[in-house]
Design a protein around this ligand. Structure first.
Ligand code: SF4
Length: 287
């Protein structure tokens, strides 16, 4: 792990602390958000109300059969650790069932904290990957500001200018991306190079067994793309849509800005190489 000695914000955040801990959360993802009947959810659910599949102990009664029952979206979602922190932090471990008067505040706090925790995930990676002291300091200071907000008082959290913070975080992530990607050689294939760009429509494309190192695939549509056996070291995958992308045998161990929801939505196997902080989706092992 790389951090600069001049970094006043301290070492990069330990990303395992941004993993969900459902046992210490009051099922905030199953209550705070609303969803519409679609390929991802088998029913309509208004925001702020518990899902009909939620048990009184905050477990999911159909947890082992979510996909066959039409709840694919639930298998993809990840709160980046916001659920347990909101449940146990500002609300002191008392649930919205025990104290219904806290419900609105708790759900609003979760929606804000989820966005902030996602930013923390990215900033931790930026701070770890950069060799530029200025970028490391910027990432660290933003991280400190966000951590203070998520651990602070509820009114301050709810009053936070999240879009403003988001744009500062984005600019830092892009600077680090440029630096990291520059350390990889081009693919040597001009046709491929011109196709690999931010926001590119690469749906269903055959990109198997390619060297995609250092590609800028930020926001790219890689739905059902074939990335089997490809090397994505240093490829920026910030916000890339990897739904049903084939990742068997792909090397994602050094991909940039990859998240758990992206992996959860993709198709991989035991042969897919992953970054250390990300978990192999359980259904992959069956593939
Ligand atoms: S189906 Fe289960 S995991 Fe999905 S929202 Fe409902 S209770 Fe939560």
């Amino acid at each position: 792990m790389h951090t600069t000695s001049a970094d006043p914000a301290g070492p990069a955040l330990d990303r395992p602390s941004l993993r969900p801990d459902c046992g210490n959360c009051f099922a905030l993802c199953c209550t705070a958000f609303g969803f519409s009947r679609s390929a991802d959810f088998a029913l309509d659910k208004p925001a702020g109300s518990p899902c009909q599949n939620l048990a009184p102990d905050f477990s999911c009664t159909i947890h082992d059969s979510l996909r066959p029952r039409g709840f694919r979206g639930c298998t993809v979602f990840d709160c980046f650790g916001a659920g347990q922190n909101v449940s146990q932090g500002p609300f002191g471990g008392e649930s919205w069932l025990d104290r219904p008067e806290t419900k609105d505040g708790m759900f609003s706090a979760f929606k804000a904290a989820r966005q902030l925790h996602e930013m923390l995930w990215y900033l931790a990676e930026a701070q770890t990957r950069t060799f530029d002291p200025d970028s490391s300091i910027r990432a660290g200071l933003l991280r400190n500001r966000i951590e203070k907000a998520v651990k602070g008082e509820l009114p301050e959290l709810l009053a936070l200018d999240i879009p403003g913070l988001h744009s500062q975080v984005r600019s830092t992530l892009m600077d680090v991306s440029e630096e990291v990607r520059a350390s990889y050689f081009a693919t040597g294939d001009d046709h491929l190079e011109s196709a690999l760009k931010p926001g590119a429509d690469l749906m269903g494309k055959n990109l198997s067994s390619r060297r995609l190192c250092g590609a800028d695939l930020r926001g790219a549509y890689l739905i059902a793309a074939d990335l089997r056996g490809s090397d994505l070291a240093g490829a920026d995958l910030l916000g890339a849509d990897l739904r049903d992308a084939r990742l068997e045998g792909a090397d994602l161990s050094n991909a940039l800005y990859l998240t758990q929801p992206q992996l959860n939505a993709a198709l991989g196997s035991g042969r897919t190489l992953l970054p250390a902080d990300l978990a192999r989706p359980p259904r992959w092992s069956k593939a």
